[in-house]
Design a protein around this ligand. Sequence first.
Ligand SMILES: [Zn+2]
Ligand SMILES: [Zn+2]
Length: 435
Amino acid sequence: MLTQIGIAAAFGDNSEEPLTVDQLSHRPNVDVLRSIVDKYRPDLAVYEGFYRQVHQDPEVSGMELNTAAVVARHLRKLEFEVHTGIGGHGVAAVFHNGQGKTILMRAELDALPILEETDLPYKSTKRMVDRYGNERPVMHACGHDMNMASLLGTSALLKAAARKWSGTLVIIFQPDEEETGGAQAMVDDGLYTKVPVPDIMLGQHVVPSKSGTVAIRSGPVLVAADSANVKITGGPCPGVNPQQCVDPIPVAIKIISQLEYKVRKNVGPHEDVTVACWGFHAGIPGNDYIAYAEFSLDIKTAKHTVREKARQTIKRSIIDGCTAAKTPREPVVNFTVRAPLTTNDPSVSEAVGRVFAGYFEANAVEMRFTRACEDFSTLGKKHSVPYAYWNFGGSQTTEGPVPTNHSPFFAPAIQPTLQTGTDAMALAALSFLVI
Ligand SMILES: [Zn+2]
Ligand SMILES: [Zn+2]
């Protein structure tokens, strides 16, 4: 716990009034935070070793058994209270350190079914059977290995610096992020019966911008992604005369080809929305007429209002298309949420942004809104936990084409990327803990 003198010294406040935790969290003194981070940063060689190990032994979504075990071992060494097997292979660790806010920090455990094409000495050559029974190559092509190494580095730093702050840490290693099911699975599996509900959540992701940089902004940072599964039924075929049937294939193709235009027209030309067809299947082999056409849509939007309008427009267009074609049955349209909109809380992200600007100086930049999606916010949805999510750079160079996340050539430079990720997460947490 901080004494009153300590508070004044840490936050440069000369007033007589005691500062509240809320006031503290929004006016952290960067020099004080810098001194803690510099003094207590662990030997990052340990986490570089972890990074190489996990990079060489990636596991696809839902199958993160070994990765979860390695992570849990590191957290137990730090003497955190460790819970495993939450929502699949999810790991949650708690460190109670006196009065103050509860800060949740999250990284992802899973890799992608991609064949690595880098020439790194620690490249993955692994193949494994995924949860659907298919044998696939596996690669940490999204950089979750770097996100994990950084979060372990941060956990060690904050543990070593425990006498300098008070509050509670909740460290989450989430499974199944790439298919955006893991956050909900952890919540549904009783995450918050094992760990306290956080006051603030923090998440970060390595991206192909310059290593050593961080990028944050207030408001929307990642899109919402919805799926729609549609079934259009053909027929009727009196006397099994195919030439008299309503053929669902041209009906479906006509609907799909007009969808994006109709949605854009309805939401307005300046709104961010994409509608793409990701799958199409029609008919039953052996039948002499096409009984049905099924297709799936991927819908990405950047605002709640646009998302609702897009969904309504899509449903209306499909129903109208089928009515006009006189299909014998109403179409079936099922929407599912792949990932909610990721929108940074203004006060949390501005507080973190100010600390980043003071610490990283010119290497702290404004984050760009991207069409990637995430399920990070799902961890706090039920309790409306405010959060900040930011990016940190991993590329040695930004000249010429740089492989992006999900590329078979994606290869973050281990340093200074790892130190940047470690420091950024520690600084963000310390911004809200009592110093
Ligand atoms: Zn990814
Ligand atoms: Zn990712």
